[in-house]
Design a protein around this ligand. Structure first.
Ligand code: HAM
Length: 430
């Protein structure tokens, strides 16, 4: 009997053209962050459970219902990371990264895990590209973080999304707002679980998506109405810098997001064509988190962009990231000695920066040309016995069908010829 294994339920998995799309989305989002000076941070996939309980908040859905938690052999409780901020802050504190130039600006990417009920766009293993900037409360930094996300989406060609923006206040004005909201919620007849939430963490109730609560939530007092003077000025300046950056947004006074560490600026990018799971990315400021996790009392801000949902958004807008040709040159050898020469030639071309592939398994010219077509390569390098006798190869341009003999030793000339065509192809289309 043969085993019939399948990927676990709710796991996003990509192969072929979809995998190329996934990689292109991840690259575009990370590239936008690199252009703003964010440096790569490689983080563990699992951490002490207590880090997430402390960092993300015990009463959040993420911590109370969605963590994949297990004991190691010594009985320590570990959790597959449900999000990246707590781990990134832990690493910044552990390695004293905040003792140098501030803000510290880090970038991370990879899989995250939440035991959610799987549905379209909602997975138990999904990927994020995230950034965190720690050690400054300058509102220009908030605007930078938001525009890095906005630029990443736009670089992919996405247009049909909205930036939702809010400010949640700070440790001075939040308690006042919290008390006002709790008092408002106390006036409603709520089920037991919601009542308990309204008392322990009233802001979480604003995040409740059940239709029967929609009316109550729509009329609830909002954080922006209760900002202290410092927070109101900060929020105005964030919007001032966003305007300067040409980023457009929609005010979302009841956006609270699902994690407890947020203060002041919070935001989410919602895509119009993704149905219920419309959030393609989100983030915000977390001015108490460093201190809560044992570090210096400095603020920070960051985002997590969902790679899987961004790819779905691209598909919904008819975009096909990652479909550019996979290789520049496809090699075909006709005979044993030509094959040795071709293997050496392609190695030299790769070292010179070109992408290559070749026909393996001695398929003959016809079969090999099919392979060349499938590879998407614009150029084919053919070496037969006669070419080899002349110390040359036949370089064929697949779009025009033209071909020419080129000296085998002239790697630089070959690279120039091939990249000249490529530069024209790669030029931005306006
Ligand atoms: P988050 O909003 O929980 O924030 O997640 C960020 C993004 O990850 C979401 O907007 C969504 O695109 C994607 N995502 C979340 N859960 C799933 C899921 N089950 N399936 C597919 N995609 C999902 C955070 O994680 C914060 N750490 C962001 C942050 C960084 N805030 C400050 N710094």
């Amino acid at each position: 009997m043969t085993a019939n294994f399948r990927a676990p339920k709710g796991v996003a998995e990509y192969a072929g053209a979809e995998a190329a799309g996934f990689e292109a989305v991840l690259d575009a989002l990370a590239d936008s962050a690199r252009r703003a000076g964010y440096g790569f941070l490689e983080l563990p996939i699992f951490e002490d459970t207590a880090l997430f309980v402390r960092g993300v908040g015990e009463s959040t859905d993420v911590v109370s219902k969605e963590m994949f938690t297990f004991a190691d052999r010594a009985g320590r409780s570990l959790t597959l990371r449900p999000e990246g901020t707590a781990g990134a802050i832990r690493a910044i504190i552990e390695h004293s990264l905040d003792k140098g130039q501030l803000p510290v600006k880090v970038l991370y990417a990879g899989p995250f895990f939440r035991a959610e009920r799987p549905q379209a766009g909602r997975f138990r293993q999904f990927s994020q590209v995230g950034i965190e900037a720690v050690g400054s409360d300058d509102p220009a930094l908030d605007a930078e973080v938001i525009s890095v996300a906005d630029d990443g989406y736009r670089d992919l060609g996405l247009r049909d999304f909205t930036l939702l923006l809010n400010s949640l206040g700070c440790r001075t004005c939040r308690p006042v707002y919290r008390a006002t909201l709790a008092e408002y919620l106390a006036g409603f007849d709520l089920d037991e679980a919601t009542r308990a939430r309204a008392e322990s963490n009233p802001l979480r109730v604003l995040d409740d998506k059940r239709p029967e609560l929609a009316e109550m939530i729509a009329a609830a007092p909002t954080p922006v109405e209760h900002l202290c003077v410092d927070c109101a000025v900060h929020y105005d300046q964030v919007r001032h810098y966003l305007r300067a950056l040409g980023v457009r947004w929609t005010e979302a006074p009841r956006l609270v997001r699902g994690l407890d560490y947020y203060t002041r600026t919070t935001f989410e990018f919602a895509h119009a064509r993704l149905g219920a799971q419309s959030g393609i990315g989100g983030g915000g400021r977390y001015d108490g988190l460093m201190a809560d996790l044992g570090g210096a009392d400095v603020g920070g801000i960051g985002f997590g962009l969902g790679v899987d949902r961004t790819l779905l958004a691209c598909e919904a807008e008819g975009l096909t990231p990652g479909t550019e040709a996979g290789v520049d040159v496809y090699g075909i050898a006709l005979g044993e000695n030509p094959k040795s020469a071709l293997v050496a030639l392609l190695g030299a071309l790769r070292r010179a920066g070109l992408r290559t592939d070749m026909a393996y398994g001695d398929r003959g010219l016809r079969g090999a040309m099919k392979g060349a077509d499938r590879s998407g390569a614009p150029w084919v390098a053919i070496i037969g016995e006669r070419d080899l006798a002349d110390d040359s190869l036949t370089l064929r341009d697949l779009s025009s069908g033209e071909q020419a003999a080129v000296p085998l030793a002239d790697i630089d000339g070959l690279v120039r010829r091939i990249t000249a065509g490529k530069e024209v192809d790669d030029a931005p289309h306006s």
